[in-house]
Design a protein around this ligand. Structure first.
Ligand code: GLN
Length: 483
């Protein structure tokens, strides 16, 4: 059963081939048996899952249950879950038990999806390798000496290892797409505002967006149908009808104009990755899509702009963790100042502290215009590049990240090398555009991702083209040897 896609599980459940309780038990058994090998899941909610599955079976018996009813999934540990620890991968929140569900969690619960547990992640979603988690790194099921990507590496590795058919994730600068690429699965970051951020622990509020991860584009569409909603509780949520993302999956790709930015095939791109990505695009061309070379001239400014804006917003967002209101408090503080200082120094890891320092510096009087103000201007240039490009193309494609999964420690001492992992993904967050990654090949026995960027609220078209690509390829069905 663990090899079924969500679409297949939905059919199986609705045709009563198996019950949700059986399915849930099967995944819980697999998690018990295999999770220690990958460290992908940090909280397992077995009892709760079986109770929910029994309820889902009743709903399924009535015959009009929503698609996700009875389907087991995992939630990234950045989403608040009522009465279940939500750590955000940090010592700071190691004992934080929220009294409410994030809207995303609530939407899945509403439809009867089953939460199996919470996935490991880089601390406060800062990282590209999952090495910054307080709970230790996640191992890539394709090569356990390599990283799974980050920050949603736990969700990606769990799906690759068949510990769940789908999982929620978040993407501030690439954290859905890069781990999806490195673990050989599909993942979609929706348009900013499409999915509610309420109850999702904030990293950089103007960039954060939640999205689905699963093995196939079709499964991402099924999950997005449930995740996407207008939410009054999130002031940046966009009031726009949620289409049925599965409805257009079968459309032909004939005549779809695909822009290929020359800047995405620059120095630093692994030749094997380039080959796989170019081959994938040629396959789509053979199906009738039109490939058009384009330019996104401000591309090289996206990483520097992001590493001003994201830390600036993070430094503000993380100021709430002060030892008073939430989470960790140091022992025996001398006075209030000592409590703030030590709670934050002991509760946050090195990368989080680095970001808070950078962000605070960039926002300080005297430096604000030079750094933050300038980065916001660059952000506009990046947005304009995309608006210009989308006048002549429907989608943009390129690699998701520069190379396949790297070894643990390979970039640990060099934050800038790590920051370059997101060189192709960050621009879409700065522009608020949707982006996804689908597996498109193997290099050195490790998966490679094809990135598909769409115009605002054009997720249906991205999913359609990704699904059509998956009809003519089988990369998304390949599994690590141990599976
Ligand atoms: N790797 C990027 C960072 O560390 C992006 C992380 C994310 O998307 N959450 O900021």
């Amino acid at each position: 059963m663990h090899n079924y896609t969500i679409a297949e599980l939905v059919k199986g459940l609705q045709n009563k081939e198996f019950s949700s309780v059986e399915l849930t038990q099967h995944f819980l058994d697999r998690i018990c048996q295999l999770n220690d090998d990958y460290n992908a899941i940090i909280t397992i909610t077995g009892e709760q899952a079986l109770t929910a599955a029994a309820l889902a079976d009743k709903r399924l018996a009535s015959g009009d249950a929503p698609a996700m009813c009875g389907v087991p999934i995992l939630h990234k540990d950045i989403f608040c879950t009522d009465s279940v620890r939500t750590s955000c991968g940090s010592k700071m929140l190691d004992s934080f038990i929220p009294p409410y569900n994030a809207t995303v969690v609530e939407n899945f619960a509403r439809d009867g999806a089953i939460m199996l547990g919470k996935t490991n992640m880089d601390e406060f979603a800062m990282g590209s390798s999952n090495e910054t988690s307080f709970y230790g790194p996640v191992k890539n099921p394709w090569a356990t000496d390599c990283v799974p990507g980050g920050s949603s590496g736990g969700s990606a590795a769990a799906i690759a290892a068949r510990l769940a058919p789908g999982a929620t994730a978040t993407d501030t600068g690439g954290s859905i797409r890069q781990p999806a690429a490195l673990c050989g699965i599909s993942g979609l970051k929706p348009t900013y505002g499409r999915v509610s951020r309420w109850g999702m622990i904030a990293f950089a509020s103007s960039l954060d967006q939640a999205g689905p991860m699963a093995r196939t584009a079709e499964d991402c569409a099924i999950m997005l149908n449930c995740m996407a909603s207008f939410d009054e509780k999130d002031s940046t949520s966009v009031e726009q009808t949620v289409p049925d993302y599965t409805a257009s999956l079968g459309n032909s790709v004939k005549g779809v104009k695909i822009g290929i930015p020359k800047e995405y095939f620059s120095e630093g791109l692994h030749p094997g990755t380039e080959l796989a990505v170019r081959k994938a695009m040629a396959q789509l061309e053979a199906q009738g899509a039109e490939l058009i070379e384009i330019s996104l001239p401000s591309s090289d400014l996206s990483v520097p702009a992001y590493y001003v804006i994201a830390p600036a917003e993070a430094s503000a967002n993380l100021s709430r963790f002060d030892g008073v209101k939430y989470g960790y408090r140091c022992e025996n503080p001398k006075d209030l100042q000592d409590m703030y200082c030590r709670s934050r120094s002991e509760g946050f890891g090195e990368e989080v502290q680095r970001r808070i320092l950078i962000g605070t510096y960039c926002l300080s009087a005297g430096y604000y215009d030079a750094y933050y103000g300038k980065a916001q201007k660059v952000r506009q240039l990046i947005q304009q590049d995309f608006s210009e490009a989308f006048k002549s193309v429907d989608l943009i494609m390129g690699p998701t990240c520069p190379s396949p999964a790297f070894k643990f420690g390979a970039k640990g001492d060099d934050p800038v090398a790590m920051y370059l992992e997101d060189i192709y993904t960050i621009a879409t967050n700065l522009a608020g555009l949707p982006g996804m990654s689908v597996p498109c090949g193997m290099v050195e026995d490790k998966p490679v991702g094809l990135q598909i960027i769409g115009n605002y609220f054009d997720e249906a078209r991205m999913l359609n083209v990704a699904h059509q690509f998956q009809q003519i390829t089988d990369w998304h069905h390949q599994a690590p040897e141990a599976m």
